[in-house]
Design a protein around this ligand. Structure first.
Ligand code: CA
Length: 221
């Protein structure tokens, strides 16, 4: 198993390499984000340990870029506990797990092994169906390459549907998952919002399946 360590604190990088080598891993080190990205692109790594705060390119940008290029190697992020950086940001960017510094080496090893067991299935951070793309982290939607601005509710509705591509989703299910159960929701709320969404993404992309619910369709298919 070959692991890439991207860490600019030299002492930590060397300690990690020594420890991982002792466990039988082959280890390469990059000292900044740009070098890390290049190595990850071209090297055949089984996993990457990636610091967040790096010279030249942050760990967030490295992992986001890799995922955008459909590189799915497992990424364990190391973040400093300064409150400015948030674990959720790392995961939204496409990291698989994180540890906050200072961390226990035993825990790092256990997390790394867990990631290696999972392998490298595709884990896109951008969801797509036909020519509709939705990025949950950036809250951005494009249709046929053009950005479409949605309200929070429209976005939530589209996100729910796009996570169930090709499936018919009932009105009740949409009410349960997209609307706050605590609020009293008018029975026709779903129909109203489906109408708004259709106007923005194109009618042909959101089908009504009579008596059953709604389904996201592929335009022109
Ligand atoms: Ca650092």
């Amino acid at each position: 198993m070959r692991v890439l360590v991207v860490e600019d604190e030299e002492r930590l990088a060397i300690a990690l390499r020594r420890g991982l080598q002792a466990e039988g891993f082959a280890v390469d080190i990059a000292g900044d984000g740009q070098d890390g990205l290049e190595l990850a692109r071209h090297g055949d790594y089984d996993a990457m340990i990636l610091d967040v705060m790096l010279p030249r390119l942050s760990g967030y940008r490295v992992v986001r870029q890799l995922r955008a290029e459909h590189k799915w190697l497992p990424v364990l992020m190391l973040s400093a506990k300064d409150g400015e950086y948030d674990q959720a940001d790392g995961l939204d960017c496409g990291a698989d797990d994180y540890l906050t510094k200072p961390f226990s080496y035993v825990v790092l090893l256990a997390r790394l092994r867990a990631l290696l067991r999972r392998g490298t299935p595709e884990r896109p951070t951008v969801l797509s169906h036909g020519d509709v793309e939705l990025d949950p982290a950036l809250r951005k939607v494009t249709v046929a390459g053009e950005e479409v601005v949605l309200t929070a509710r429209e976005f939530a509705l589209l996100e729910y549907l796009i996570r169930r591509p090709g499936e018919v989703v009932s009105k009740t299910e949409l009410l349960d998952h997209v609307w706050d159960a605590a609020l009293e929701t008018a029975a026709n709320a779903v129909e109203v919002y489906v109408g708004y969404l259709r106007r923005k993404i194109g009618r042909e992309r959101l089908e009504t399946v009579r008596g059953a619910g709604y389904r996201l369709a592929v335009a022109g298919a």
